[in-house]
Design a protein around this ligand. Structure first.
Ligand code: ADP
Ligand code: ASP
Ligand code: MG
Length: 405
């Protein structure tokens, strides 16, 4: 039996928690059938809010630290937790070794702070597994072609774990601070229902649209390489959620869950002559500055005094502000409005492909709650609306009732 087990930040926030995980791994090792090999690879996040604290330290010096150095700094968080777990495992008499991203040779490409895994060399891991070690790997980090430490973007330890499971050809268990994947973030809506099985597609969409419980890229890798992913609560005996192939879900729900994303900025530009050429200048400028544009709406094309609006992640705000200044130079007459008091609510469900009426019910719910929306988009398996933040709870509760979530 071979398994990759990943523990998130809150699960390794204290020494006691780390010792309890070590104890659990000891029991797991002891519980396997006689003669059966039990190969365990553990992937860890940094302890508690360590990554946030490291970023804050750098920002005490400058609001925009050099991304290479920020990567080097952030990666130290995971180095702490893996060494501590390894010490705890050895203390229980187990053989254990901690390995950084570069020691494993998790090779990455891309730009600092948002790298992608290119290859993983499993030689070292295989060697230690063969000698009965528990291998504890630092999540979230890798090494680039010139030998610099890199990180995979916030929440990236999920990706490290699933990518390792894919290369080691085994299942992946993700342990966190909730009992599994719920129809709605259980910290926002306490009556949310735990989901036993969810398809890769739905989980990917939910994660992309704001459900922070799993990183979307991790699910994408899981789907691509057929890695079975289990999400459950650290050290709990209660069943969690399996992320699996769509075909394994017999009864497809029309709507499986609701994602809430409060990290949204909505920009509206008035007095904008939205001829195709001008629209192209606008979005080329945003693209050049690396802004991830999400929803877009505009009044009639070729309207001289037109209006165009778009949304982007709140985390892009500094660069967005700079871009809007550049834009104003290009189009001096425009009136730009920026709102941070909005959020995106998305309903996700694989059954939307073959059922109609979901959008109608969403608009009925908006009508019932007398909430107006600013923007709306749909994909094959989701529908999203932008509403004011103060209305989010009220709307989500009503949606949950109307869609039995
Ligand atoms: P970890 O540090 O273990 O990676 P995260 O904070 O990244 O943990 O993810 C767990 C959190 O995800 C939960 O505490 C919960 O508030 C949030 N979450 C958001 N959407 C969902 C959902 N649909 N189901 C379960 N948890 C969710
Ligand atoms: N420690 C990193 C973060 O906080 C990676 C992770 O937890 O997955 O983003
Ligand atoms: Mg996480």
């Amino acid at each position: 039996m071979r398994i990759v087990k990943k523990y998130g930040g809150s699960s390794v926030a204290t020494i006691d928690k780390i010792k309890n995980i070590a104890q659990h791994l000891l029991e797991r090792k002891n519980n396997v059938l006689k003669g059966e090999k039990c190969e365990i690879v553990v992937v860890l996040s940094a302890m508690g809010k360590t990554t946030n604290k490291l970023i804050e330290l750098a920002k005490e010096i400058t609001p925009s630290p050099n991304p290479r150095e920020l990567d080097a700094l952030m990666a130290t968080g995971e180095l702490q937790s893996i060494a501590l777990l390894s010490i705890a495992l050895e203390n229980l008499g187990l053989k254990s070794i901690s390995l950084s991203g570069s020691q494993v040779a998790i090779k990455t490409t891309g730009t600092h702070t948002k790298n992608k895994i290119e290859t993983i060399d499993t030689k070292i891991i295989e060697r230690y597994l063969n000698e009965d070690y528990i291998v504890v790997v630092a999540g979230f980090q890798g090494i680039n072609i010139i030998g610099d430490t890199t990180t995979l973007g916030r929440g990236g330890s999920d990706t490290s774990a699933v990518a390792l499971a894919a290369t080691l050809n085994c299942d992946c268990e993700i342990y966190t601070d909730v009992k599994g994947i719920y129809s709605i973030d259980p910290r926002v809506y306490k009556d949310a229902k735990k989901i036993d099985k969810i398809s890769y597609e739905e989980m990917m969409e939910m994660a992309n649209l704001g459900a922070g419980v799993m990183e979307a890229r991790a699910v994408e890798i899981g789907k691509k390489y057929g890695v079975k992913i289990y999400v459950g609560e650290t050290l709990s005996l209660e069943n969690g959620t399996y992320i699996c192939d769509m075909n394994e879900i017999i009864e497809k729900r029309v709507v499986s869950g609701i994602s809430i994303n409060e990290n949204v900025i909505m920009v509206s530009i008035e007095q904008f002559s939205n001829f195709p050429k001008n629209v192209s200048i606008l979005f080329s400028l945003l693209a050049k500055n690396g802004i991830n544009v999400d929803m877009i709406s505009q009044s009639d094309v070729s309207d001289i005094k037109g209006h165009i609006a778009f949304t982007c992640p709140g985390t892009d705000e500094i660069i967005l502000d700079k871009s809007l200044v550049e834009l104003k130079k290009e189009f001096p007459d425009i009136i730009v409005g920026k709102r941070r008091d909005v959020g995106k609510i998305s309903l996700v469900g694989i059954g939307m492909i073959s059922n109609f009426g979901v959008a109608a019910k969403v608009f009925e719910t908006l009508a019932e709650t007398e909430i107006s929306f600013h923007q709306c988009t749909t994909s094959e398996i989701s529908i999203s609306v932008i509403i004011n933040k103060i209305n989010i709870i009220k709307f989500v509760e009503k949606l949950a009732k109307n869609f039995s979530l």
